[in-house]
Design a protein around this ligand. Structure first.
Ligand code: GLC
Length: 423
């Protein structure tokens, strides 16, 4: 059966369920971040569901920054806004937003076993499945094959090698008139993306996970200090000074126009980098992020997005049907093919079409399975505040406002105070 036929079968089944319950066609409002070409992809991929159910989907685009998006979600949910039916939610927000979402355990009972259990667990709060897995995320070190080859450099395994190679190629290329080239771009803005980057630096320097799974605060230590000092050394040398305001899309902008040797970014940038009109098409590949050498190992922060149904939606039945559809293998396969987003459905990692079109996906299965979670589980409803204190301390350090040691010491005292008797 063709994918379109399979979609049609699935959505026909959904449509008859709706018809059987006497529901009439409704407009479902889906809110989503607008990173890369996400909105265009979703607009296309919800069409078979719209056709089969007679319902329409209106996509409400949000800023690309997950931090800005979260702020808007909180306002809407606090006001019990009935206008948004379906929310795409970052993997870290489940404990904070759980009370506003419908329990999907029963509706999804048949499909839950198809997904990675760790993702289902991350979206389960007090026994309630607050969101369905949509895609998972783990970052890569993007590198320019052509530039590494030209300058006789190999793919760096350590941050030190990355720094040296980036600087060497940047200097040589600028000497040849390639004045806009930078060595390394990443996400240095003061937001959740910096928390992801800095957790990777610290963990890969052997400096722990900021807050351990049991809630112990461990961020102020020598290896964490070294990690942040290393990153601070990049700003204005191999990374543009403007990196301090970069989110994913600004980094990709520099990279995709051909102006960076290395970039830290999520898999979505793989699909866009290889798209028809991309100047870096076929000129790059991906590798795991570097480690600090010795007995340290590379660290990738666990990301990902899920689909939740608002308790305040007047169209819950249709909203649940759409959420199930967006979490389905049919949707996720197309999403992987079009956007290189990592599926949450285990079987799709063996899908030959996906492997052929987006080879990063099967390669990234292990990286995702070993990815480091942010401390959203131990800090529960305090996570956003914890993360914002962390990214602020890191941003100050990168900007040269206080040393890494000073900023991390203050942060640890602050987090200890916040924790008090528990999170
Ligand atoms: C990606 C990840 C998400 C993370 C965000 C940070 O969207 O999937 O989990 O919070 O980047 O910018």
């Amino acid at each position: 059966m063709t994918t379109r036929r399979r979609l049609a079968t699935l959505t026909t089944a959904l449509a008859s369920t709706l018809a059987a319950t006497g529901a009439s066609a409704v407009e479902v409002n889906l809110v989503s971040g607008a990173t890369g070409n996400a909105i265009a992809i979703y607009t296309e991929l919800v069409k078979p569901w719209e056709e089969a159910t007679g319902n329409t989907v209106t996509i409400v685009p949000m800023p690309s920054s997950t931090t800005d998006q979260f702020a808007q979600y909180r306002l809407w949910l606090a006001a019990q806004n009935p206008d948004i039916d379906v929310y795409t939610v970052d993997v870290i927000w489940a404990p904070q937003l759980a009370d506003n979402f419908v329990d999907l355990t029963e509706a999804a009972s048949e499909v839950i076993p198809e997904h990675f259990p760790s993702i289902i667990e991350s979206q389960t709060v007090d026994g309630k499945l607050v969101a369905l897995p949509f895609f998972t995320d783990a970052p890569a070190l993007y590198y320019r094959k052509d530039l590494l080859d030209k300058h006789g450099a190999s793919v760096p395994a350590t941050w030190e090698e990355m720094t040296t190679t980036a600087q060497g190629i940047q200097d040589a290329e600028r000497g040849e008139g390639n004045g806009d080239l930078w060595g390394y771009v990443f996400q240095g803005n003061a937001y959740e993306g910096l928390t992801c980057n800095a957790l990777e630096w610290i963990k890969s320097f052997g400096g722990g996970q900021v807050i351990d799974a049991d809630g112990t605060i461990s961020v102020y230590n020598d290896n964490a200090v070294k990690a942040l000092e290393t990153a601070r050394g990049w700003v204005g040398t191999i990374s543009p000074p403007g990196v301090l305001s970069y989110t994913e899309e600004e980094s990709r902008g520099v990279w995709q126009t051909g102006n960076a040797v290395f970039m830290r970014n999520w898999p979505y940038a793989y699909a866009l980098g290889n798209s028809g009109d991309s100047p870096v098409k076929d000129k790059f590949d991906v590798a795991p992020l570097p480690s600090a050498g010795g007995d340290t190992t590379s660290a990738a922060t666990l990301g990902g997005w899920n689909i939740a149904v608002s308790k305040y939606s007047p169209n819950q039945e249709a909203a649940i049907s759409l959420a199930l559809y967006m979490a389905s293998a049919e949707f996720q396969k197309q999403h992987a093919l079009m956007g290189a987003q990592l599926p949450t459905i285990i079987a799709l990692y063996d899908d030959p079409d996906i492997a052929a079109q987006q080879p990063i996906i099967p390669r990234w299965k292990e990286i995702f399975l070993n990815a480091v979670p942010r401390p959203s589980a131990p800090t529960k409803v305090s996570y956003n505040e914890v993360s914002s204190k962390f990214w602020t301390a890191v941003h100050q350090t990168l900007a040269g406002n206080g040393s890494a040691a000073e900023n991390l010491e203050i942060l640890e005292i602050d987090l200890d105070d916040m924790k008090g008797g528990g999170w």
